[in-house]
Write a protein that binds this ligand. Structure first.
Ligand code: DGL
Length: 261
């Protein structure tokens, strides 16, 4: 069984990719909705939450864990790996490396939560993989919460996205990294703003391929999906069709359970 978690709905973009690559794996998704957003919390807070969630998922029988959250990966994946040293852990980090490799203008941007934007881990990722390009890091407060309320493409958001992206596009940025798993669900609105001038880079597929490499016996199950949430479980299930993931909902055998509340 593979455990996947995030602060809320964002990690469903990763879960969907994992479910496509590993159709027979039994999957458990935990949304820490009682504590979202993670992006405005300090590292110690995020670390406490992810260790708590990891313990719960391992107790449930998960033999592999996917931290489907850039913010949790940046703040806590090292502590997480130390704590669960016999369980393979796959983290999610902004796609700085592919963006830098694909850029023709030599300018890329990373959109992320405040916590990821200021993290040493992102700074390191940029130093290691994007030394030859200019990188703009843009914190996007409120965007994850917007996804939670399913306000994905209202005119107010398109205006806000334009305020963030227009200066980057004017500077010649041609690769925009979606450095928060929630932002995958804002892609249609962001594409409207970008209007073909840049590529939006998301790593969900690459993360799913990494899961295939590490899954071992966890890849073979009955293709069951269990959804868990630390608050408002009914909202998680109801959100699936709105996010274009109704097909995932059909793999559910039980209603969403409330855990860790
Ligand atoms: N989806 C998460 C990420 O990838 C966190 C969003 C939040 O809770 O602030 O960063």
């Amino acid at each position: 069984m593979i455990g996947v978690f995030d602060s809320g709905l964002g990690g469903l973009s990763v879960l969907a990719a994992v479910a496509r690559e590993l159709p027979r794996a039994d999957l458990v998704y935990l949304a820490d909705t009682a504590h979202l957003p993670y992006g405005d919390k300090d590292d110690a807070y995020i670390r406490r939450r992810v260790i708590r969630i990891g313990s719960h998922l391992v107790d449930q029988g998960c033999g592999m864990i996917v931290v489907a959250c850039n913010t949790a990966t940046a703040a806590a994946v090292a502590a997480f790996r130390e704590t669960f040293d016999d369980v393979p852990v796959v983290g999610v980090e902004p796609g700085v490396k592919p963006a830098a490799a694909q850029s023709r203008s030599g300018r890329i941007a990373v959109l992320a939560t405040e916590s990821t934007a200021r993290s040493e881990r992102l700074a390191q990722l940029i130093r290691h993989h994007a030394g030859h390009v200019e990188v703009r890091v843009e914190a996007c407060p409120g965007w994850a919460t917007r996804v939670e309320s399913l306000r994905l493409a209202d005119p107010e958001f398109v205006d806000e996205a334009r305020r963030h992206l227009a200066p980057l596009l004017a500077e010649g940025v041609d690769q925009i990294v979606l450095g928060c798993t929630h932002y995958a669900f804002l892609r249609p609105a962001l594409e409207t703003v970008v209007d073909g001038r840049a590529t939006l880079v998301d790593v969900a597929e690459a993360v799913a391929r990494q899961c295939v490499r590490l899954a071992g016996a966890e890849a073979s199950g009955e293709g069951r999906l269990t959804l868990l949430a630390s608050a408002q479980p009914e909202r998680l299930q109801a959100a699936l069709p709105a996010l274009g993931l109704g097909w995932l909902g059909r793999r559910l055998s039980t209603p969403v359970n409330l855990v860790l509340a």
